[in-house]
Design a protein around this ligand. Structure first.
Ligand SMILES: [Zn+2]
Length: 125
């Protein structure tokens, strides 16, 4: 199994399925496997054309699609959230993350740690 080819497939599949779901023209500009200095790991997907309204209306379907498409990476994310482009209603990226202990505290409460994120899924801790 070639992981890099899988990433290309994942990118295309997410784009196609989100366009079908929302009826909008959406581009997955980039799909990255990410590791952070704090200890979190995950996948970050950068979008063009995806709106805040889409992720609010279709949150559970989007979570389903992203988990299905990225299952081969075996991430089993603790949290999935959309980050809005500051000052707009455009979704810049969606992150699927396995949280480190420190970030688990930040994201564990009822308050969003950042005002520009919209949480689509959070695993019961
Ligand atoms: Zn972290």
């Amino acid at each position: 199994m070639n992981t890099l080819n899988n990433l290309l497939d994942h990118r295309g599949s997410i784009e196609k399925r989100l366009m079908k779901l929302t009826g909008r023209v959406i581009w997955v500009v980039q799909l990255n496997l990410s590791s952070f200095s704090c200890g979190c790991t995950g996948i970050t997907i950068f979008f063009a054309g995806l709106e805040k309204e889409d992720v609010e209306v279709f949150a559970s379907r989007i979570v389903e699609i992203l988990n299905e498409v990225t299952a081969s990476v075996r991430l089993d994310p603790d949290i999935i959230y959309a980050s809005l482009v500051p000052g707009s209603s455009e979704v810049g990226s969606i992150s699927l993350k396995r949280l480190c202990d420190e970030c688990r505290k930040d994201y564990g409460g009822d308050v969003r740690p950042w005002s520009n994120i919209s949480i689509l899924y959070k695993k019961a801790c």
